[in-house]
Design a binder for this molecule. Structure first.
Ligand SMILES: [Zn+2]
Ligand SMILES: [Zn+2]
Length: 382
């Protein structure tokens, strides 16, 4: 009789935000990601109450390991708070994720805005407890082993592979098969033989959604079309900081006319962190807005809509996707061919009549995969 595996989404089930998944492998209580979410201007966090009411955990002090897939706030936003509530948990992430997390959870709160000094020192001290891991590294625990693979998506993103009672489990976090501006796409060994795939499937209910792989390139071209032909300044508004850096990387790649590119302080702070990790972003045409004021038409990249330097700008809202679309997810499932796919981080269907990835895969005779679209606060025995 195989031993039981318990799985329970505490957030980020059939919606995006506050990703946090409880996984019980033998006597080990594991959390996959600890994010926050925002809806109608209000921040929400994972629901630990249902975990504490379950037969498995009486106090958060019984959490043994926390794995953080990557530094987006929907996966890491609640980490520093949880580390205080779950003091016995060891936390694992890549070195790049740690650095970007420090920015998201510490710098942004305490250095850029001024916060409470005690909270600041408290938050700073929890970062010392994080264990950095690298891709392909193996860890061994009393009842299971874990290994990490590059997930694509953003720098530092990792998938976590668990080996427990002769079963193979893979948690993808957010991932991408195709290259993104800073990654080569996910890198997985050929013979993983996955039994259970726990997959972030943002578009698993969007059969008609197609990611235009050239969308990012088109956004870049649009900016240069304005900046060059019309000889005016362009303000590029990108709400997500990390996307801002990806966009700057692409602007720099195609800036043949050597237009000055100004960057706001928030984005620049993250850029400096990336450069410290030997991930090059900047070139000689980049400046930080505020230390140097533009004298001629330029491009200004900002994640803060209220930051508007004097001068006349054409504002462009920039957006692009680092997630897989429906056909790419289908390809990923077919390649791995797991016995079971647990889909989380899944957005609502655009229309009621839309089929899911499950219906698409069932129609495909070659694939053995059974699906669970895991609901928050429900217990699943895998
Ligand atoms: Zn996410
Ligand atoms: Zn992400």
């Amino acid at each position: 009789m195989p031993k039981e595996i318990i799985f329970m989404p505490l957030g980020g089930g059939q919606r995006v935000g506050a990703s946090c998944y409880y996984l019980k492998l033998g006597e080990n209580n594991i959390l996959l990601d600890v994010g926050t979410g925002r809806e109608n201007g209000i921040t929400f966090v994972p629901n630990f109450r249902t975990l504490l009411m379950s037969p498995y955990v009486e106090s958060l002090g019984q959490i043994n390991q926390i794995y953080i897939s990557h530094a987006h706030t929907d996966h890491v936003g609640y980490l520093t708070q949880l580390m205080k509530e779950a003091p016995n948990a060891d936390v694992y992430m890549t070195d790049i994720t740690r650095l970007l997390c420090e920015y998201q959870l510490y710098d942004k709160r305490y250095l850029l805005k001024r916060g409470n000094e005690n909270h600041r020192l408290d938050t700073l001290s929890v970062f010392d407890k994080i264990t950095e891991v690298s891709y392909m590294k193996k860890l061994k625990f009393s009842s299971y082993g874990s290994t990490f693979f590059s997930a694509g998506h953003i720098p530092g993103a990792m998938m976590t592979f668990f080996r427990y009672d002769r079963r193979n489990i893979l948690y993808t976090g957010d991932y991408s098969i195709d290259p993104t501006p800073f990654t080569e796409g996910c890198v997985l060994p050929n013979n993983l033989n996955i039994d259970t795939l726990i997959m972030c499937g943002l578009h698993a209910r969007h059969p008609n959604y197609r990611k235009r792989s050239d969308k990012l390139f088109h956004e870049v071209r649009k900016v240069f079309d304005f900046a060059r032909r019309k000889n005016i300044s362009v303000l590029c508004y990108i709400p997500q900081l990390s996307k801002g850096i990806e966009f700057i990387k692409m602007l720099n790649r195609y800036n043949d006319c050597q237009v000055p590119i100004y960057i706001d302080r928030s984005i620049m702070n993250v850029v400096y962190k990336m450069e410290r990790l030997a991930i090059p972003v900047l070139n000689e045409h980049n400046r930080m807005m505020g230390t140097d004021f533009p004298t001629r038409s330029h491009i200004y990249v900002t994640s803060d809509i209220t930051s508007r330097p004097p001068g006349v700008y054409t504002t462009l809202n920039i957006d692009f996707s680092l997630h897989e679309d429906f056909p790419q997810m289908k390809k990923f499932i077919k390649q791995l061919n797991p016995r079971q796919a647990v889909v989380v981080h899944c957005a609502r269907p655009y229309r009621d009549s839309d089929i899911t990835l499950e219906q698409e895969i069932i129609a495909d005779g070659e694939c053995r995969t059974q699906f669970i679209f895991a609901q928050e606060n429900e217990i699943y025995k895998l």
